[in-house]
Write a protein that binds this ligand. Sequence first.
Ligand code: URP
Ligand code: ZN
Ligand code: ZN
Length: 463
Amino acid sequence: MQFDTLVQGGTIVTAADTYVSDIGIAEGRIAAIARELPRETARQVFSAQGRMVIPGGIDVHTHLDMPFGGTTSSDDFETGTIAAAFGGTTTLIDFAIQYKGQTLRTAFDAWGKKAEGKAATDYAFHCIVTDLPDARLEEMDALVREGVSSFKLFMAYPGVFMLDDATIFRAMSQAARNGAMICMHAENGGAIDVIVRRALAEGKTAPKYHALTRPTTAEAEATGRAIALAEMAGAPVYIVHLSCNDALEKVREARDRGLPVYAETCPQYLFLSIENFDVPGFEGAKYVFTPPLREKWHQEKLWAGLAKDNLQVVSTDHCPFCYKDQKELGKDDFTKIPNGGPGIEHRLSLVYTGGVHGGRFSPNRFVELVSTTPAKLFGLYPRKGTIAVGSDADLVIWDPTQEETISAKTHHMRVDYSMFEGIQVKGVPRQVFVGGRLVIDNGKFVGKSGAGQFLKRQPHSGL
Ligand code: URP
Ligand code: ZN
Ligand code: ZN
C-alpha cells in the first residue's frame, strides 16, 4: 500500500482506546493503522515516538468575522483558523447570523463567503435564528439538508437576538421533525435588562457590573425553561457556554431523567473567575463576555460535570475584540463593551492541563470532550472526531509533557491581549494535520489559507 504520509510509533489515544501503532495516510484519509507499516512506501514519515496521537480538535462554538456590539470580532476565517490550528483544532463550527427579515439561506451564503478562500482548517456552520415567522419554518428543513443541521437561539440580548418562548417552542418542534440540534444561549434576558438599567441609574458603569448584573439564577432559570420547552417539543437541546453550578444542576436533573439534553462549558469558566475583575482601571473589560465569570467555587463543579458526563463538550465561544479601540467602546458604560473573549488557540492545552494533569479525568475523556462528542453531536462522526480507517486524517501529534506559558506576546490570535495571560499549560501540539496536510510543524504554520473545506453535516442522531 502506498501512503502519502506515515505517522510512526505514536500512542494513539481515542475516546475509547490507547495503543501504540503506526498510521498510514493516503488521499487525505486514514488508510491503515497497524503496529508496523512499511516506511519505504511513504513519501514522508513523522515520528510520534514517545508522544500521543489524537484526533484533531473540534471547536463547535466560534464567532469569526462577526459584527457584534457596534464592531466586528477581530479574527476572520484566516487568522482564526490558523490560530485554531496552532492549538490543535482542525475543525470549527461557526455561527451564521440570520438578521431580522432575512431568509436563513441569506445567513448561510453570507458566512460561506466570509470563510471561502480563507479558512486553513475545515469548517461548518450553525445558523443563529433571530426571526422565525411560520413561513420560515420550512427553511430550517432546507438548511438541514444542506448540512447546516443546528440552530442557535437566544433567550438573552433583548432587541438584538432574543426570541420569545413561543418562537423557541416552534423552532424546537421543527427540529424534532427535521433532526436539527437546537443550541441555546440560556439567560433570562428580560430580567437581566431590568437589573442592568437599575445599575446604570445608580452610576455603576465599570466592566465588573457586566458580571454583577447577570446572576447565576438568570442562567439557571433559562436553562430549566429551555429544557422544559425541548421536552414538550420532543427535541434534543444543547446548552451553550454553561458557566455555573446552578445551570449545571438543571442539566444534570434532565439527564438523570433520560432526556436528550447536552451542554458545553468553555475554558474561561474553568480557569477564570469574578476575581479577574480585580484589575486597575478599565482592564476588566478583557473579561466581559456572556454569560459572565462566576465565583471561583463554580470552577470545580464544572470540572466535576465534565468528569461525570453532566457536561459533554468544551468549546471556546471564541469572540475576540481588541482591548484598544474595540473593548474601549464601553469605557464609560459597561453595556457598550463588545461581549466576547479570545480562546480558540488554547482550548486543548488548557483542558489537558486542568483535566488530565489535574488528575480529574483520563486522556481518553479529554479526547472525547474536545473532539469525539462534538463530532457525534453535530453530525460529523465518524468522518471527524476519531482515529479510524476511512476517517479524515485530522491528526495531532501531542506532546503531553511540554510546558508553555500563554501570552499575547506569543499567541497567534489577532487580538491584543490574552484572557489566560501567564497561565502555564502542560501538553501542546507538535504537528497538526488537516485532511492529511501538515499545517503546524513545531510551532510554525506550514498550511495554506483557503485549503479548509466546508463540511456538510448530518442531522443529529443521538450520542
Ligand atoms: O460574550 C459572548 N459570549 N459573545 C459571543 C456571543 C454569544 O452569546 O455567544
Ligand atoms: Zn451565546
Ligand atoms: Zn457564542
